[in-house]
Write a protein that binds this ligand. Structure first.
Ligand SMILES: [Zn+2]
Ligand SMILES: [Zn+2]
Length: 431
């Protein structure tokens, strides 16, 4: 069959299943779960794999899974990624009333588009070389660091991000190229977007220890850990003018514990933060300054501080050749496909992008801001169905004709980190 005929067939299949795909999006929206806790979501996704008769592995990095459209012997393998996790934003009107969890970053739409892509490609897979793996990955949002650190201490995970963990456990060893997706509020009326880069970061847990004492009677006997933390934050602020514009540094701490009882001097204060930047070098430099400032806060009042730095995500660079194929296919569906600039946000697709060619699709269909109470889905065709089409067409291009395009892109790629050195490389980041 010609490539154009295969593309037509895939589009037809996705159109026929459009209602089913939208229902998946609706269903997933209703079961938001935060990272490394996506048990219901995982079960839902795996039920879909089973219904399609796809062979799959489950419980990867606790809740992740990987389904193959064809037997594993077919290579190269292109992974389509869907992130399983939601956010915790209790102020969102549609947040789960019990947990406060909500898909205000739209990751449920990625999983929906991933499954829709699988449906479309399943209809033409025998005509394609190579293989397609659907990757349902946990924990993209690096939140609830205390909980994740306890998972690390229990040796249930090594990394706080799901894709990092996928690399670490070897789940990416048989993947040659990766394509992700993300909803976007910056498409200015367009329905699909491509291109752009993102910051990477180091994550940190900060624990200030002081001494409790009666806050009214004997503050002289106390050591105020909250004052230490506030001075630490102020010290970091005093460094901001030293951060170069082009490095896009971000430091945005939260205090997760601010003391014990109101009539005592706070004895223990816990913070979480990232230090983000556009390059590994700039992140490391800024991180050093931030840590000095945080320590100075403790020193100023005689408290102590423990800083636990953990590897965050690598800066994200889309593979230009893979992105070009994605873009070409978006333009077959839409007249206007904006190209993204640099985002100071981060994604663990950045880590994938260091080990093999990676890109991702930006999808419209939402209104409001990400991570915000205004985030809403307004166009399910655009958010759930159209991305499946763009991704399916892209994969057909890559795997047609002996998978020549996929092989060529793989050949041209220069890894920032050799895959088998990933864990060591990341651990060295926070030495
Ligand atoms: Zn997010
Ligand atoms: Zn997101």
């Amino acid at each position: 069959m010609s490539k154009e005929a295969l593309k037509k067939q895939a589009l037809k299949t996705i159109d026929e299943k459009a209602d089913e795909i939208k229902k998946i999006g609706d269903d997933l929206w209703k079961i938001p779960e935060v990272g490394y806790r996506e048990y219901k979501t995982a079960e839902y996704v795996e039920t879909q794999y089973a219904q399609m008769g796809w062979h799959y592995q489950d419980k990867l990095a606790l809740t992740g899974s990987k389904a193959y459209l064809k037997p594993k012997k077919h290579t190269p393998t292109i992974a389509i990624v869907g992130e399983l996790d939601s956010l915790d934003i209790p102020t969102h009107p549609e947040a789960d009333p019990k947990t406060g969890w909500v898909h205000a970053c739209g990751h449920h739409a990625q999983v929906t588009a991933m499954l829709g892509t699988g449906f479309g490609l399943d209809a033409v897979k025998e005509e394609l070389d190579g293989n397609v793996a659907l990757l349902a990955v946990p924990a993209e949002e690096l939140i609830q660091m205390g909980f994740r650190n306890s998972l690390r201490e229990e040796k249930k995970i090594t990394f706080m991000g799901g894709k990092q963990e996928f690399i670490h456990i070897g789940a990416m060893n048989d993947i040659d190229l990766t394509i992700g997706s993300h909803s976007s509020g910056s498409l200015k009326g367009a329905r699909l977007g491509t291109g752009g880069t993102e910051n990477g970061f180091i994550a940190k847990l900060v624990k200030y220890k002081g001494m409790e004492a009666h806050a009214g009677d004997h503050p002289d006997e106390g050591i105020n850990a909250l004052n230490a933390a506030m001075l630490g934050i102020m010290g970091a602020h005093a460094n901001r003018e030293t951060f170069r514009d082009e490095d896009h540094i971000r430091f945005h701490p939260i205090i997760t514990k601010g003391g014990e009882i109101v009539n005592n001097v706070p004895a223990e204060v816990n913070m979480e933060s990232f230090v983000r930047g556009a390059t590994v070098e700039s992140i490391k430099n800024a991180n050093k300054k931030v840590n000095n400032a945080l320590r100075a806060g403790a020193m100023a009042v005689g408290a102590s501080v423990e800083i636990i730095d953990v590897p965050g995500y690598m800066p994200y660079h889309r593979d230009p050749w893979l992105d070009a194929v994605l873009r070409e296919n978006c333009l077959q569906l839409e007249e206007r496909v904006p190209i993204g600039g640099h985002s100071c946000g981060s994604t663990d697709l950045g880590d994938f992008s260091c080990i093999h060619p990676t890109t991702s699709l930006e999808m419209g269909g939402i209104t409001g801001n990400h991570h915000h109470r205004t985030y809403q889905i307004v166009d399910k065709e655009t958010l759930y169905v159209l991305p499946a089409k763009a991704l399916a067409l892209t994969v057909i291009d890559l795997l047609y004709d002996g998978a020549s395009k996929a092989k060529e892109i793989k050949e041209k790629f220069n890894p920032v980190i050799p895959r088998d050195e990933y864990t060591k490389f990341m651990e060295r980041l926070v030495d």
